[in-house]
Design a protein around this ligand. Structure first.
Ligand code: SAM
Length: 247
């Protein structure tokens, strides 16, 4: 499958399911059963800062920064329905964001050397071209600007829970694209290694300041009859977050 087909498949999924994801994957959450921004404070004070979200979804993470006095809210998302939902939601909340309906991989008129923060909450992994996407994000940031993103941890994809034990089911090294059905629609994704993200960041001109792999304390201290995701989350991170600086 070529990149255009992958984008078309995934856009179709997001356009058909946008309402089901309204506010689901948004700051202060970085991921499911994961430490939150309230706890780890990667952004710090965003007052007066220019913010761009990659894969902004329904706009709830942009609202989080608006509520913390960010000066400008920008979002890009390839799903027309997600952009419509974000536009409506943020207008209802009193914000006037600049929202762009386009894939993150392509030139779409976002200003260069402009933003203090570019960030992405559970969207970067959808890119069909990680290096191109990181190069573009670097170009949007001012010097010393910060890029923060969260995504599904690659080990989460490789390991299953059977009889309360973790079993390695898939190769960590396999980055091939695969298609499966979710909610009746096809999705096409690949599972990139952590080193793939780190090497692409370095090549795009970023210095990594912090990487977080931390299940939330509620899950870590839970006892008794746990569901299989909680059993897994106690043993490995289901998500990861990277904070990097453009130099
Ligand atoms: C889990 S949602 C992100 C939700 C968002 N953090 C929020 O606060 O609502 C992932 C988003 O990535 C978008 N997406 C998927 N592939 C994309 C691509 N190649 N370029 C831009 N956006 C993409 C989807 O349309 C979806 O809205």
């Amino acid at each position: 499958m070529d990149n255009k087909n992958i984008l078309d498949t995934n856009k179709n999924y997001w356009d058909n399911t946008a309402d089901d994801w309204f506010g689901v994957t948004a700051l202060p959450k970085y991921g499911v059963q994961f430490v939150t921004e309230d706890e780890i404070q990667l952004f710090g004070n965003v007052s007066g800062k220019k913010m761009l979200e990659i894969g902004c979804g329904s706009g709830h993470s942009l609202k989080y920064h608006g509520d913390n006095d960010a000066a400008e809210l920008w979002g890009i998302d390839m799903s027309t329905m997600q952009i419509e939902n974000a536009d409506k939601y943020l207008a209802e909340c009193g914000y006037t964001p600049k929202l762009i309906n386009a894939p993150m991989e392509v030139e779409c008129g976002i200003p260069k050397d402009y933003f203090d923060f570019v960030y992405s909450i559970y969207a970067i992994g959808w890119t069909t071209d990680l290096q191109e996407t990181f190069n573009r994000i670097a170009s949007y940031l001012k010097k010393d600007g910060v890029f923060i993103f969260s995504w599904k941890h690659p080990l989460h994809h490789c390991v299953v829970v059977e009889e309360n034990k973790l079993i390695f089911e898939k190769e960590y090294f396999n980055e091939n694209w695969f298609t499966y059905q979710l909610d009746g629609f096809d999705i096409t994704l690949c599972n990139r290694k952590i080193s793939t993200y780190i090497n692409a960041l370095a090549k795009a001109g970023f210095v990594i300041e912090q990487m977080i792999e931390q299940t939330d304390s509620e899950t870590m201290t839970a006892v008794g009859n746990l569901d299989s995701r909680s059993i897994k989350a106690k043993m490995l991170p289901l998500s990861f977050v990277i904070k990097a600086k453009k130099f």
